[in-house]
Design a protein around this ligand. Sequence first.
Ligand SMILES: CC1=C(CCC(=O)O)c2cc3nc(cc4[nH]c(cc5[nH]c(cc1n2)c(C)c5CCC(=O)O)c(CCC(=O)O)c4C)C(CCC(=O)O)=C3C
Ligand SMILES: [Fe+2]
Length: 375
Amino acid sequence: MPYQPAHAPYDALLLLSFGGPEGPDDVVPFLENVTRGRGIPRERLKEVGQHYFLFGGVSPINDQNRALLAALREDFAAHGLDLPVYWGNRNWAPYLTDTLREMARAGHRRVLTLTTSAYASYSGCRQYRENLADALAALADEGLPLPRVDKLRHYFNHPGFVRPMVDATLEALARLPEDVRAGAHLAFTTHSIPTAAADTSGTPQDHGDGGAYVAEHLDVARTVADAVRAETGVDHPWQLVYQSRSGAPHIPWLEPDICDHLEEQHGKGVPAVVMVPIGFVSDHMEVKYDLDTEAAAKAAELGLPVTRAATVGADPRFAAAVRELVLERAASERGERPERCALGALGPSHDLCPVGCCPARAPRPAAAGADSPYA
Ligand SMILES: CC1=C(CCC(=O)O)c2cc3nc(cc4[nH]c(cc5[nH]c(cc1n2)c(C)c5CCC(=O)O)c(CCC(=O)O)c4C)C(CCC(=O)O)=C3C
Ligand SMILES: [Fe+2]
């Protein structure tokens, strides 16, 4: 048999992310890209623009992705995995289409995609698959050979994603004043989405109240809370709450919001809260503004001690998890039956999003799934 590298049949990894502005002049065009055709109220856009201007018009997300790229390349090199890693975004440079064009021109034919979104949802999964289909369509128009593009399974429950969150929660607990620590409540936070999108998230079998989106977050929250109890001997009460809501007020989104939750906990006499942003892969603007600025101000107003746990970011354990997921998927594609690590109760997610997974309101072509129009 001819020599096959451990990553065969894949010949490149693509880090696919959201993108963010890199200076004040980028903010408005970036927000136009994000909200094109999505009916976000103007008032909300002005508000979100202000969040970016408070930080010099720079989103932390791009530096977070540069750090993740470096961590992945270092981990791959240290483990003899000779797989080039590229980076493209949905909403800002480097744009996905430009990156995929560069990859096609470099001769890549089997591309595996890692998105910076760990859970099932339209925004975190199918929308990225639509972006891949759009990019492939653009390359086809240019007469370029199209690489086959796959997407890694959802990694929300992979130990390399969950264990850094356990340590980050322990570290955030340790930052609370000692007299309130044992009574601290854990508020696991994620991005709110419309309840209609939550209810249809995941595979058709997952559809129902909150769908896979809520079920996956609850599973991770429980795993982290259990691990914290095992470590500290303290049974901290916890709840899954939401942040960063947008959209029109009459459309229902997942609740409660973190700020309302802080008020409620304070009203119940809870002495301290640790905010654990399990929904986010890195400390980007949702974390820096909505938690560290807005929710922190609410807590200060209430006189409630709060700390915020770090996100996984470029943790070497996460980079190692990505390597394991790449090797696992490569083995699956070769027809082998690799071990598929997962913590919690849900088990490993599917490799290939089935038809009807996280549907869009207006159906559009999506690559890297069972309903992909591309091979
Ligand atoms: C589930 C989810 C994730 C987590 C999964 C993932 O990570 O992918 C996520 C991530 C992010 N969301 C981000 C930024 C924004 N999201 C918006 C709008 C929206 N997000 C939604 C959902 C999600 N979003 C939804 C249902 C909307 C409304 C409709 C729409 O447009 O789909 C808007 C428009 C204004 C506003 O409404 O806030 C902005 C500016 C950034 C960049 C941050 C930075 O710059 O550091 C990141 C990583
Ligand atoms: Fe999906």
